[in-house]
Design a protein around this ligand. Structure first.
Ligand code: F0G
Length: 381
């Protein structure tokens, strides 16, 4: 066997231990409910609404380690690779399945975009009606287009997310519509499976877990997941939970409601998070922190991810990497620490930002000489 063949055979044996003459059995990932069913409240199999969300890559990032701190083991949890391209699908499969189990006909949510996209898609799959209330002018086009094409009734409100959330909470009280924001406890149940996956992939909990904080459901959910794994003896330690908010939308950091939150990261443009207490508990029980970084820090991390690792995450997601950079400068890490950042949503949700942060395309006539001139300027020979 040649050297190349030997390497290939070794890799193949590592990922596919079972050999057979015909096609290899490649198990179908069943989605988070069936895989982690013992931990989830759904009771009836026929009510499961799934797009086979979950099992997202946990990517080791050597280039980022070199750029940020070569002594860290840095992993990204790519939640933008869920079916509607954000982490919301984990919670939505459980919330929607329970809505079906409970005989609901319609769901409603307020959203900065991703929840509405996920709710619309899962409602379409379940045959339920979806109503989504979004802040007018402050939701990225990708997210809005998802909600619309999946047939949700989109209601744009003149106000921010906090205003929209207040409205839908009241609507869900007055009409027979199921609220599928993360105030719905089934959303948190589903989202905690991301923590299970990280531990199942690493074989232990990370030392630090960095993630964005908006309405604060996700940090609450991860912490619940880690604690449940500890309680059943699958872990011997817990991570420090490191939540990050944008400086212009940092109510938890400042300890007060922000009436007019502002940030380029529209996903986390929230001034009065519903799961505020859950975020504080995650921070305090884990010995972690909830801090803020500026929009410039967010964009620098966004660009670094794209340039150095080939990962396009939305700005709200890049804040977790901006957080690692901030804390590295403060010197909190020890050599060998395992750090996981959740990248909550895909960068294609907001292509305008990608285009604004990049060199613009070069235009030429269809003439080979002009292309040659270009490559000469580039010094490609
Ligand atoms: N990252 C992205 C991409 C998000 O869309 C959100 C929240 C967060 C982070 C923060 O998560 O709210 O659990 O603290 N998006 C919500 C929405 C508010 O409506 O899509 P959180």
């Amino acid at each position: 066997m040649s050297r190349v063949e030997q390497v290939k055979a070794k890799e193949r044996d590592a990922v596919k231990p079972a050999k057979s003459a015909g096609p290899q059995a490649l198990p179908l990932w069943p989605g988070v409910i069936r895989y982690y069913w013992d931990f989830l409240p759904v009771e009836r199999k026929e009510c499961i609404v799934t797009l086979h969300e979950g099992n997202t890559p946990l990517l080791r990032c050597r280039n980022l380690e070199r750029a940020v701190d070569p002594d860290l083991s840095l992993y990204l949890k790519l939640e933008g690779l869920n079916p509607t391209c954000s982490f919301k699908d984990r919670g939505m499969t459980v919330a929607m399945s329970k809505a079906v189990e409970d005989g609901s006909r319609a769901v409603i949510c307020a959203s900065t975009g991703n929840t509405s996209a996920s709710a619309a898609a899962y409602a379409a799959r379940a045959g339920l009606r979806a109503y989504v209330v979004v802040p007018q002018g402050n939701i990225s086009l990708g997210k809005l287009s998802q909600a619309m094409i999946h047939g949700a009734k989109v209601i744009e409100v003149e106000g921010n997310f906090d205003v929209a959330l207040k409205l839908v909470r009241e609507a869900a009280r007055q009409f027979p519509i199921t609220l599928v924001n993360s105030l719905n406890p089934y959303r948190i149940e589903g989202q905690k499976t991301a923590a299970f996956e990280i531990c199942d992939h690493l074989g232990k909990a990370p030392d630090y877990h960095f993630l964005p904080v908006g309405n604060a459901g996700n940090i609450t959910a991860y912490w619940k997941g880690y604690k449940e794994y500890l309680d059943i003896g699958r872990l011997s330690s817990l991570p420090k939970m490191m939540g990050f908010q944008a400086a212009g939308a940092a109510p938890i950091v400042l300890g007060r409601v922000i009436e007019k939150p502002e940030t380029i990261a529209t996903a986390i443009r929230i001034g009065n998070p519903a799961s505020w207490q859950g975020a504080l508990a995650a921070r305090d029980e884990s010995g972690g922190a909830i801090e803020s970084v500026t929009d410039d820090d967010i964009l620098a991390a966004y660009k670094l991810l794209a340039d150095s690792e080939g990962i396009l995450a939305e700005p709200a997601s890049a804040i977790s990497v901006a957080g690692v950079i901030k804390k590295q400068k403060e010197g909190i890490f020890r050599a060998g620490d395992v750090v996981v950042c959740t990248l909550t949503g895909h960068g294609l949700k907001d292509p305008d930002i990608a285009i604004r942060q990049s060199a613009q395309p070069i235009r030429i006539p269809p003439d080979l000489n002009r292309l040659k001139e270009f490559f000469e300027r580039e010094s490609v020979r």
